[in-house]
Design a protein around this ligand. Structure first.
Ligand code: DC
Length: 232
């Protein structure tokens, strides 16, 4: 661990932003585990807000109601010691693969476009910043939530490659999937995430762009750790 960083009193943050299917979730978890740092899956927070709203049959465009759900969200991440997915508790009950469904992802993208919802989740996301460090995965981690992060990565891949990865993932989980449909959904969600008025999916000005279309997870992880090693 870099003494300079600790002495400065600032908890170091590595942000990894990018669209769904770019590999950022897996890459971020592995990096957090290798460095022994905390991990923030900010997409899961938006998905949990969406899930809570869907369960209450709320209008996903109702900004006041959805932002109050976001503010009062009773959620707990039970982290394991490895790079696996943490167990998530929503209102005291375990949430399984439900939040990873296409329906929940699509609803998350809708509620994430509401400025008051983003504002409601800001402090909750910043609370994850604890020593010895944080790897934060999302869309606006480097641009909005942690603008002072030591290292900012923007991980991308072509929509076709991302649809293939998602297809494989769903099949492996025994879920039904349609490749053409997934590609279409990815394009629609990308357009919504990239064009929204607040915190759009754009690389921070000081982010390093990484294209994972033709790179495996190990290669991407090694590249990011190499970048980090240049800073410490
Ligand atoms: O990363 P993910 O697919 O789990 O994210 C789900 C949705 O949440 C995605 O469509 C965009 C939104 N999101 C966001 O707007 N900002 C973040 N920091 C993380 C996710």
């Amino acid at each position: 661990m870099n003494e300079r960083v600790i002495e400065s009193g600032v908890v170091p943050v590595i942000t990894i932003d990018g669209p769904s299917g770019s590999g950022k979730g897996t890459v971020s978890r592995i990096i957090a585990s290798r460095l022994g740092w905390h991990f923030l899956d900010s997409g899961a927070l938006y998905r949990l807000v969406a899930l809570a709203a869907l369960r209450r049959h709320e209008d996903l465009a109702g900004e006041d109601k959805i932002s109050s759900i976001a503010r009062e969200l009773d959620v707990e991440f039970k982290v394991d010691s490895g790079a696996g997915e943490p167990q998530i508790l929503l209102e005291g009950s375990v949430v399984g693969s439900e939040i990873r469904s296409e329906q929940c992802g699509d609803a998350a993208s809708k509620v994430a476009a509401l400025p008051a919802v983003r504002e409601s989740l800001l402090a909750r996301q910043r609370d994850f910043r604890c020593l010895p460090g944080l790897v934060a995965d999302g869309r606006d981690m480097g641009s909005v939530v942690f603008p002072d992060a030591k290292l900012k990565i923007f991980l991308d891949a072509s929509p076709e490659e991302r649809a293939q990865r998602r297809y494989k993932q769903l099949k492996e989980k025994g879920m039904s999937a349609n490749l053409a449909g997934l590609l279409e959904e990815i394009k629609v969600r990308d357009a919504r995430d990239r064009n929204r008025s607040v915190a759009p999916l754009v690389p921070a000005a000081d982010a390093i762009l990484v294209d994972s279309t033709n790179q495996g997870i190990d290669e991407v992880v090694a590249g990011i750790l190499e970048e980090w090693s240049k800073l410490v």
